[in-house]
Design a protein around this ligand. Structure first.
Ligand code: SF4
Length: 228
């Protein structure tokens, strides 16, 4: 029988098992924002290659990026797939930042959170996961980032089997844990780390710290899926 666990207990088990994750892997707020836009559908290694190319071209900030055309940005970020679309998304964001805040990120993040989030969600190509990553990791705002890994893990653990959209998942999580930027930051990072290496599509339950509490494991342990 599966033991029940709160979301906070899940976090604590992951923290003990994996250690603090110290996210986001960007040096500056500008780099975190560029990385959050580039990482859609690709691994972080591919983003690093693109950031290195941008640095080699002397591009470190959103203001410097804004001075380039979409056509000039695209080849520099080729490693991130859909690079033409991503170049356009970067320019959409830099345009927003220039017109509304004259490239002043502190001024942008000083906006009322709900208003800022809803304005950012209107930008073409920026979905809730990207916007929330920017708000949490670049702006230190209390916004929990939901992604496919989060949904996979919490569903497998048996928290719910209801089909929920992004906002419903976000609400489901945030009403069960304290509103704390550090916790939101590290919890998301813990989930991503576990799901990249252990709770993969074909999970490696044999090395997971959550087996005792996992509905998926308890239901499949007699016939485990072979991990590759
Ligand atoms: S026990 Fe297996 S399915 Fe459950 S969370 Fe761990 S890796 Fe995922």
């Amino acid at each position: 029988m599966t033991e029940t666990l709160s979301l906070l207990e899940v976090y604590n088990i992951l923290l003990n098992f994996q250690g603090p994750q110290h996210w986001w892997p960007g040096e500056t707020q500008d780099e975190i924002i560029i990385g959050a836009i580039l990482t859609q559908n690709v691994s972080w290694n591919n983003v690093v290659k693109a950031l290195n190319n941008l640095h080699s071209a002397g591009i470190y900030t959103l203001k410097e990026l804004d001075a380039l055309s979409v056509e000039a940005i695209a080849p520099l970020i080729r490693s991130t797939l859909y690079y033409n679309q991503k170049a356009l998304k970067l320019k959409t964001f830099t345009n927003f930042l220039r017109e509304r805040y004259q490239f002043d990120l502190q001024q942008m993040f000083a906006e009322d959170l709900k208003t800022l989030r809803s304005e950012m969600l209107k930008l073409k190509g920026l979905g809730p996961e990207t916007v929330d990553s920017i708000l949490l990791y670049a702006g230190s705002k209390p916004v929990f980032v939901v992604d496919a890994y989060t949904i996979r893990l919490l569903t497998r653990l048996g928290f719910t089997d209801k089909k929920m959209n992004y906002s419903q998942w976000q609400e489901f999580i945030t009403e069960r844990i304290p509103q704390d930027v550090e916790l939101y930051n590290d919890f998301h990072a813990q989930i991503v780390n576990l799901c990249k290496d252990i709770c993969r599509n074909k999970p490696r339950c044999e090395i997971c710290p959550l087996t005792l509490y996992c509905t998926y494991y308890q239901q499949n342990k007699e016939n485990p899926v072979t991990s590759s």
